[in-house]
Structures are given as C-alpha cells and as structure tokens.
Design a protein around this ligand. Sequence first.
Ligand code: C5P
Length: 299
Amino acid sequence: MAPVTVRVPAKVNLQLSVGPERPDGYHELVTVFHAVSLFDEVTAAPSDELRITVEGEGAAEVPLDDGNLAMRAARLLAAEVGIDPRAHLHIRKGIPVAGGMAGGSADAAAALVACDELWHAGLPVERLHLLAAELGSDVPFALIGGTAIGTGRGERLTPALARGRYHWVFALADKGLSTPAVYRECDRLRAGQASPPVVSEALMTALRSGDPSALGRALCNDLQPAALSLRPHLRLVLEAGEEAGALGGIVSGSGPTCAFLARDEAHALDIAVALSSSGVCRTVRCAHGPVPGARMVRR
Ligand code: C5P
C-alpha cells in the first residue's frame, strides 16, 4: 500500500447569516462558502495503528488525539467499512489553525478521501458526504470546494452560479477564537432576536456577474459583531484593510482571520503590503478563489 496525499482548501464565508438556535444546539444557517487557495495536505500511509503527526505553522496547537477531526474521520470511515483504522496521518498545515477558515474540517475531509483510497474502501461520493456531515458542519463543503450555498447547519450544499476568479488577502491573528464561544456571544448580543436567514440576492447577482466591486459590497457575516466583541482589536484590522483600498472586508467565519477582497492580483499584493506594514496582524496571506475541494495529489 503506497501512501496517499490529498490537498484540501480553506474556506471563507461570503455570506454567513445565522438564524435562531435549534433544539440540537446548532444554529440554522444560510451561508455562501467559497474555497480559497490556502491548502493543507493530508498524507495517509500504512501503519499498525492510527496515529497522527502535524507540521507547519501553528502545528503545536493541533491536537494529536480524538480532538483532531482527521483522526475522527479515519475512525468513522473504518467503522463504516468494517475494518480497523490502521494509518499514519501526516498533516501539513497551510490553513491558519483556529482561524475561522475551517482548517480542522478541511483535514477531516482530506482524511476521508485519503483513507478511502489507502484502504481501497471505494465508498461512493454520497456516502463520503454523509460521513463528512456527521463529522462537522463545514466538512462536506471541504469535499466539494468551489462556491456553494450551505443551509441547515451548513452541511446541506447547493453549488452557486459564480463567474470569475477573486483575489483575497487574509490577515492572520496571533491567537485563535473558539467557534462555540463566538456563536454563544452572537446569541448573547442578539438576546434571542434572530430571524430566519435568507440568501442575499445582492451577493448572488454579484457572483453571477463576476463583479468583484459588487461582491465586496455584498460580503456579510452575522458572526462578525460577536467576533469583534470578543476580540475588539479586529476592528483595527478591518479599518486597516479598508484604508488599504480593499473592495470589502469581513471577519472570516467565526474569526479571528479577516478577509479582504481585491480587484486583481496586483491590488491584492498592494493590500497585503499595506496590512503588513500597519502592524495590526501577525502575518498576511494572498489567495484566490474559487478552487476545487479535497483532491488526491500523490499516490
Ligand atoms: O459542526 P461543527 O462541530 O464544526 O461546529 C462547531 C460548533 O460551532 C458547534 O459545536 C456549535 O457551537 C457551533 N455551530 C452552531 N451552528 C452551526 C454550526 C456550528 O452553533 N450551524
């Protein structure tokens, strides 16, 4: 059995509309996921037991036990096909850890694809998607990538009609934010006043026309006030991106990464330089989207 390597992208939510809390503790969402070219790589190699190693930026903060979603993904797949989960998973991090860009979910999606291949399980795509949804709300999107509307808790996906390629700058923070804590803060700030979420027509029109300026104006994230409340410093990051001339700026998912949209690649580079020299964030990354979801790159 030769090792299998799968590359998987980060996501940014172009829209994240959060409805009321459901009886199961999740929130009803309407979101527009967009996969961008910051990647993790997960390699599954033969091993006597299931173990995990991690390299790259923030690797020290990634759990090496069942707190790691990739580990849970391998166990779930093995149970589904009725075998022992024997694999060494090695993760190369390129997606910010606890950054609101679904890095852990991406690793779970990549682990599903890599182990399916390593163990010759040959699960149909639909079953992989069911396992992905069981693992986490953002995992199914990491399998498909592109630009897609997510409903339910985010796991029910419909591809969005989107034209063009968009250029982004991401401002990375020193310390992560906990997703459940940001949702709790969102509930606290809204004091139960959440209306059922709907897809933004302005956003859909911008995506169909491939117009980055219109897309920049249409970006929206209901979790942003909560992320700003828990991390007031992010306001300075958003202001710096605006001053640098971004077409739009938002907190990515539950944060603390901030995403800025540029006109083109050169503009993205200008914004990145301005953000870097402003000193408001730990580091910056340029990326483009949409890109495909988890794909095998080496066997
Ligand atoms: O689905 P996942 O395990 O990635 O979600 C992490 C946490 O984010 C949940 O435990 C919940 O607190 C919050 N969440 C939510 N509503 C959603 C998605 C996530 O409240 N639709």
